[in-house]
Design a protein around this ligand. Structure first.
Ligand code: ADP
Ligand code: MG
Length: 200
């Protein structure tokens, strides 16, 4: 992957988050403090603002740089968690990964998020999208199946009661709403798959 291709992917994913900021904020207004869209938009704008320098780096270093930017700019609970995801992806991926490398790196990055968040799937968080999507990837899913797995997993957070994060303060009142971090994870995965499958 050359710099132009890396930049296209980063622009697609960051652009999708920025475009969905109001939606993510509305989800967080229902069961949190209403800042998830604003937080993620700030982080993605920081990445786009430094796009040339970030995408000039080889893939693993680029992912680490994105992780650092997210840790520093997103804030809230999601900043350190998404920061960890990208940092660990950068640590685990070789420069020119094969599909199997991506599946392994994704799984190991998710373990980093779980350790950082002291969380696991089933608690109505981003992990409820990341874990099933990683399982689909490891199981050989194609792009369409990956997008479906992520979208279905985000929808499946609606009936869950939150056990981690701010939404857990609501107890049973967190039921009936999609988790904002699950929504942002699903939309990043969809944007990434679309960008990978669309010819430049
Ligand atoms: P904050 O909750 O600090 O306002 P955000 O609104 O940006 O931060 O992010 C909230 C999202 O972060 C939640 O919807 C959830 O998906 C995710 N999250 C919160 N705590 C955890 C955790 N311990 N483990 C995994 N994900 C978490
Ligand atoms: Mg919030």
């Amino acid at each position: 992957m050359d710099q132009q291709q890396r930049a296209r992917l980063v622009r697609a994913v960051a652009g999708a988050v920025i475009a969905a900021a109001d939606h993510l904020t509305a989800l967080d207004q229902a069961i949190g403090d209403g800042d998830h869209g604003v937080n993620m938009k700030r982080g993605c704008e920081a990445v786009l603002g430094d796009l040339d320098a970030i995408t000039a780096k080889p893939l693993p270093d680029m992912l680490k740089a994105i992780g650092m930017a997210l840790v520093m700019k997103v804030g809230g609970a999601s900043g350190p968690l998404y920061g960890t995801l990208f940092l660990e992806l950068g640590k685990a991926l070789p420069g020119a990964p094969a599909r199997g490398d991506v599946a392994c790196a994704f799984a190991s990055a998710i373990r980093g998020v779980m350790a950082r968040g002291k969380s696991e799937p089933g608690q109505k968080t981003m992990l409820d999208v990341l874990v099933p999507t990683a399982a689909a990837l490891a199981g050989g899913a194609d792009g369409a199946a990956l997008k479906a797995a992520a979208g279905d997993a985000a929808a499946a957070t609606v009936p869950m009661q939150a056990i981690r994060g701010r939404a857990s303060f609501l107890g049973p009142r967190s039921v009936g709403h999609m988790d904002p971090g699950a929504a942002s994870s699903a939309l990043m995965i969809k944007a990434l798959v679309d960008a990978l499958e669309t010819p430049p």
